[in-house]
Structure formats: structure tokens, C-alpha cells
Design a protein around this ligand. Structure first.
Ligand SMILES: [Mg+2]
Length: 275
């Protein structure tokens, strides 16, 4: 893994060489800093502006691939012309084409059974809450004292260990539960890339272990992967210190792909006029 900002220069160079670019962003911890409650993780207007500019740019496509439900992440970003994936890849919106991993009756029964078990245990763990999703759910324990969180973690692992059809990842003080067979962020990356030119270069940005499949799919397609913060998967090729630092890099990327090129064109026009 390489620290530093040279990934911006690499993406810029490939763009100038004529390659289409697909910028694929995780949401929480990547486009926004991690905050005390997911509802408070609002996209800043400068970041929304950068994404809008990039999505509007010729030969640049943008996707937001989140662990949140698809409708939730779409509402948080509020931009047209962007590919969206929710439930960590199990639901996708390919600019108007919606696809969802089909939950079987057996998996649905397992999800309902474990949710009933967990809800029965919740009164013993104040501050723990469950976020249902169309495919799976997330159990949040952010803000719960460390000692309680540790005991809850043991309880949760004991419960989910008995459900062979389900898997969980511990992400940002939350357990993300999905069916073992469900589409993941790697599936979402492949579905998005299938809509784009074959020589597109994916660039994937993520901060958590559920971004690993998305990163591996991007690397398999000849792309770049950028870890945000120190909890990101170790398979990433480059690392940015934090979501706050990434906002600076995103601004630089926008400058490189859009403004600087416009300046070149403007400069060419000035030279033409001078002649
Ligand atoms: Mg994240």
C-alpha cells in the first residue's frame, strides 16, 4: 500500500490518455466522516458539488456503493446520473435500472428468527439498535460504553454463530448482517462496470472491511483502490489518512479532471485570439 496523493496524478494521467474513469465511492467514512448516528452523516455541499461535476464530466462515471439501504443512500446523495448500490451491493440502481438479490424463503426465515432473538436481547443492552434493510440488517452499538459493547459483541457472535446462512462484519461499531449468498460490493462494481466501456478504469474508495469485495473487483478489472483511514481493507493500493483528508483529495481530483483541462482549453482559445 502507498500513502500520499499520487493516486490523483495516476487517475489524471490515465484520463488525459483517453481512458474512461469510473469513480466508485463508499458513503459513510469515505464521502462523509463517521459521526454519532448514521442519520447525521450528511453529505457536505462542497463534496456533493464535486461529485456532480465529476458525474457530468465526459468519460467520467460515478457510483456510490454503500452498506445503507439503497433508498437511504440515494436520498443522502440526491444526484441524478449516478450509479447507486445499497445493502452492501445486494440492491443496485444502474441509472434507472433497479436490481435486487432475491431473498429466498429459507433466508427470510433465518433473518426473521435472528432478528427476534436479537430484539429479545436488546433490553439488556441500552443504546444498541437495529437498522433493518431490504436484504439483511445492521446492529449499531456506536455510543455504547466499551464494557457493554464488548459483552454485547460476545452475545451477538454467539447468536449469529448458529445461523449458517448468514454472515456478519464488524464495521464502525456496528455488525452488518447479510445472507452468505447475497450480492456484495464486488457484485455491484461488476454490474456497474458492465454498463460502461470495456476500457474503463475503476477507482474504488472505501474505509471498511465490507469494501474489500469492491476493491478486489476493481483491482481485477485493472483499477485503483484507495483506503480511507486505518480501518480500511489492507488490499487497497493507496491510502488516505481520513475522510476529512479525502475531501481535500477529492477537490484536487476535481481540479485535475475538470478545471485544469478547462484552463488548457481556455488558454488555447486565448492563443488563437492572440494570433
Ligand atoms: Mg464506509
Amino acid at each position: 500500500m502507498t500513502s500520499g496523493n499520487d493516486w490523483v496524478a495516476i487517475v489524471h494521467t490515465k484520463y488525459l490518455a483517453g481512458r474512461p474513469i469510473a469513480l466508485l465511492f463508499d458513503y459513510d467514512g469515505t464521502l462523509t466522516p463517521i459521526v454519532s448516528h448514521p442519520a447525521l452523516a450528511l453529505l457536505s455541499e462542497p463534496v456533493r458539488g464535486h461529485i456532480r461535476q465529476l458525474a457530468d464530466k465526459e468519460r467520467v462515471s460515478v457510483g456510490v456503493i454503500s452498506g445503507r439501504p439503497l433508498n437511504d443512500v440515494s436520498r443522502m446523495v440526491r444526484l441524478d446520473g449516478v450509479y447507486y448500490a445499497g445493502s452492501s451491493g445486494a440492491e443496485v440502481n444502474l441509472c434507472g435500472i433497479r436490481l435486487e438479490w432475491p431473498v429466498s424463503l429459507e433466508v427470510q426465515r433465518q433473518l426473521e428468527a435472528i432478528l427476534a432473538e436479537l430484539r429479545a436481547a436488546l433490553p439488556d443492552f441500552p443504546g444498541v439498535w437495529i437498522e433493518p434493510k431490504p436484504v439483511g440488517f445492521t446492529v449499531h452499538y456506536r455510543g455504547v460504553p466499551t464494557s457493554t459493547a464488548s459483552i454485547f459483541g460476545s452475545c451477538f457472535r454467539w447468536i449469529i454463530g448458529r445461523y449458517r446462512g448468514l454472515r456478519s462484519l464488524n464495521i464502525c461499531a456496528a455488525f452488518e448482517v447479510t445472507p452468505v449468498e447475497a450480492w456484495d460490493k464486488g457484485t455491484a462494481v461488476r454490474l456497474i462496470l458492465a454498463k460502461l466501456p470495456p476500457d474503463v478504469i475503476p477507482v474504488y474508495f472505501g474505509d471498511s472491511e465490507n469494501d474489500r469485495p469492491g476493491m478486489l473487483a476493481s483491482q481485477a478489472a485493472g483499477g485503483l483502490t484507495i483506503a480511507i483511514g486505518d480501518t480500511a481493507p489492507n488490499c487497497a493500493m493507496y491510502r488516505v489518512e481520513s475522510a476529512a483528508a479525502f475531501q481535500t483529495d477529492l477537490s484536487r481530483l476535481c481540479e485535475a479532471l475538470i478545471t485544469s483541462r478547462d484552463r488548457v482549453l481556455a488558454h488555447s482559445d486565448e492563443l488563437a485570439v492572440a494570433k
